[in-house]
Design a binder for this molecule. Structure first.
Ligand SMILES: NC(=O)c1ccc[n+]([C@@H]2O[C@H](COP(=O)([O-])OP(=O)(O)OC[C@H]3O[C@@H](n4cnc5c(N)ncnc54)[C@H](O)[C@@H]3O)[C@@H](O)[C@H]2O)c1
Length: 384
């Protein structure tokens, strides 16, 4: 039985808690949040026995063998590092750190401590996304020529929309390319089987002035019309576009915006090869579009019977029943805990799941995008 501590019980912390509770070999020993009332309410709601007074207390709990770090970006590096030093297995939210120097250090530290690590690139874990990656690896679409797509949202459209993700001291050097771009680039590399080696990027702040609520409490307890705002300058991106070059010579494009009215979580990935194409969109997440040049196209629906044998176990419902976002996170956690168990038996998973190496890779892509935007030129993704 694994004993887990979850640090940070905001939006994604609760997603972690709910999915951890679905795993038969996992127990949540305790949780902690800077907002002690929030953590207390969540512990009561889910029957979690302990609320720690601080992240340090959670890391020092000898009962706990796994830490889930669900705090804002600026706390990822330090808490992940302290968790590794304390001998824990670590599952972190993305981005893994605020810089590639930091994420590289975490990769090395994890090796030193023989820790199993994971990072929440959960969109890979929809059954048909796994299916797409398996079909590309099997050669179904031939050589990959182009990888195209976008990730669009609308929750930052108005100047009164504000989040800590727009504050560089908490988010890091990028908002949207670090947040949504890291998910999409992970998907693109995972499905195509090709690493991104060069990027040309434009990161843009469309609304350089926003109105920030003066206090979070005002937001929670007051009517929207009662909220008092203060003006704040915004320097981080809420729009980004990237041209991409992949290691096999394939080219790609990626566009992302949080100002796209009507688009809530529209992730689109299209992979075009010499023999055919595959496309997936998060708004129809149970379907994989299969494109042909000389025969009718197909729409493949996730299935525990019809998927390639190695991806069937991710489609946990009878054919025709769509799984969802929570199930994708559960699939990822299942692989992570399987990796821990195998390691403890002296074995390892024989397939790729997102660990700190994947998180570090995304930091390298992000830093290349930021460099490219500053220098207005192509930037290589460093290989370290
Ligand atoms: N993988 C995904 O799909 C996905 C989705 C959403 C968020 N995230 C990531 O998860 C992280 C958290 O995002 P969120 O949307 O849950 O934010 P959030 O603001 O809803 O929650 C963050 C929580 O961390 C708590 N916190 C802050 N400082 C703390 C500290 N020192 N100790 C303990 N708790 C502390 C806050 O009080 C808050 O409850 C971010 O890094 C984000 O990028 C990932």
């Amino acid at each position: 039985m694994h004993k887990v501590a979850v640090i940070g019980t905001g939006y994604i912390g609760v997603v972690h808690i709910e999915q951890l509770m679905r795993l038969p070999n996992v127990e949540i020993a305790g949780i902690v949040d800077k907002n002690a009332k929030l953590a207390g309410d969540i512990a009561a709601k889910f029957g979690i026995p302990r609320v720690y007074a601080s992240p340090e207390e959670a890391l020092a709990d000898p009962e706990v063998d796994v830490i889930h770090n669900c705090t804002p970006n600026n706390l990822h590096f330090e808490l992940n590092k302290q968790a590794l030093i304390a001998g824990k297995e670590v599952f972190s939210e993305k981005p893994l750190a605020l810089s590639a120097a930091e994420s590289g250090e975490l990769v090395e530290l994890a090796k030193k401590h023989n820790a199993t690590t994971g990072i929440d690139f959960c969109y890979r874990y929809y059954p048909v996304v796994q299916e797409a990656a398996a079909r590309v690896a099997r050669g179904d679409i031939g050589a990959v020529f182009n990888v195209l797509g976008h990730y669009l949202q609308d929750w930052l459209l108005y100047e009164t929309d504000y989040t800590w993700r727009l504050d560089p001291t908490m988010a890091g050097a990028s908002n949207i390319v670090g947040d949504l771009g890291s998910h999409w680039c992970d998907l693109a590399q995972f499905v195509s089987g090709q690493k991104i080696v060069e990027v040309m990027a434009e990161l843009k702040t469309t609304l350089p002035k926003r109105k920030r609520p003066k206090s979070n409490e005002t937001l929670t307890f007051a009517e929207a019309s009662d909220v008092e705002y203060e003006d704040v300058d915004i320097t981080l991106d809420e729009y980004g576009a990237m041209l991409l070059r992949f290691e096999n010579g394939a080219s790609g494009t990626f566009t992302t915006s949080q100002l796209a009215a009507g688009r809530k979580c529209n992730i689109d990935l299209q992979v075009y090869g010499s023999e055919g194409s595959l496309a997936w969109n998060h708004e129809r997440s149970a379907e994989l579009w299969v494109g042909h040049r000389n025969e009718a196209n197909q729409l493949f629906f996730e299935s525990p019977i019809m998927q390639t044998p190695e991806t069937r176990h991710y489609a946990k419902l009878p054919s025709g029943h769509p799984m969802g976002y929570m199930d994708a996170v559960l699939n990822l956690f299942s692989d992570f805990y399987k990796a821990i168990d195998l390691k403890r038996e002296g074995k390892s998973l024989d397939y790729n799941y997102p660990d700190f190496e994947a998180g570090h890779n995304e930091m390298l892509v992000l830093e290349a995008a930021i460099r490219s935007n500053q220098e207005k030129a192509w930037a290589e993704v460093s290989c370290k």
